[in-house]
Design a protein around this ligand. Sequence first.
Ligand code: BDR
Ligand code: CA
Length: 320
Amino acid sequence: PIPVIIDCDTGVDDALALLLAVRHPGLDLRAVTCVAGNTDVDGVVRNTLTVLEQAGAPDIPVARGAERPLLEPARPARHVHGTDGMGDLGLPAPTRAPAAVDAVTLLHREILASPRPVTLIPTAPLTNIALLLRSHPEVTRNIERIVFMGGAVATGNATPVAEFNVWHDPEAAAILLTAGVPITMYGLDVFQQVVVPGPEVHRLRASAEPGTRLAGELLAHRPTSQGGPPEAEEAGGLGDAGAVCAVADPQGITTRLLPVEVSLAPGPSRGQTVVDRRPRPGESEIHEGRREHALVDVALEVDVDRYVKLYLETVDRAAP
Ligand code: BDR
Ligand code: CA
């Protein structure tokens, strides 16, 4: 199996990603690190530990990471993920504590200890990853690639042009893009497309197996600001779990290697991933010379049915 580490802000859809990574036979989830994003970092740690217990994987090391972005204060997405960051589903508290070491230390240790190069899957603001790359740049020699959920080619969600994970810590995202390892951007353009049909969500919710049932509850979660319980047969997005699908089954997405730059300027574009899809250079290059931007494998299309099938087949199986 592919050795993977997830860096997350659990998070309703981060939880879906964890469930998939734990249960997919082609993936070896070696550690999970937590960062402030959807909720405060202590909430993220708690949610992550609970999800792994429910998924039947209580031994995977989990570490607490950054409590705020590099420059700005944390801005939790409680209107989407509820006050506890997990859709206020009333999940039990975890029975264990996180690792004694912090996220950067755990990432450093696990990446270098892995017998095969690790694939990192950040599904959250990139603060921990930026701190790792700055504190221990040698980790890149044992990183196969980084497949991150974040950014958008077209429309944003946190702002008209910026996706939440990049918007929450744009400087960290800029550091990631220049890490010097292969990077795949699983952005909003594909993220929003992968939706599990209502009857399937309903079936998962009716399961007697705790992890499978949790997946159903999470898929049925509606953004908290929309209020009210979900309809019995409402469809639900895979969200961050799509980035895990992209590692388990890369053929399900169509990518193109494109220059990507994060807008760091204050103002309406801050946090935007500016993706250059032009077939030839424009006036800025003609007058100012070609600027070097990181080349990123950007996901432009996704085979929705394929990833929905992959998710259902994988999660709806007995605990590992
Ligand atoms: C991203 O932001 C978070 O709310 C989700 O968990 C996902 O990682 C989508 O913009
Ligand atoms: Ca997330």
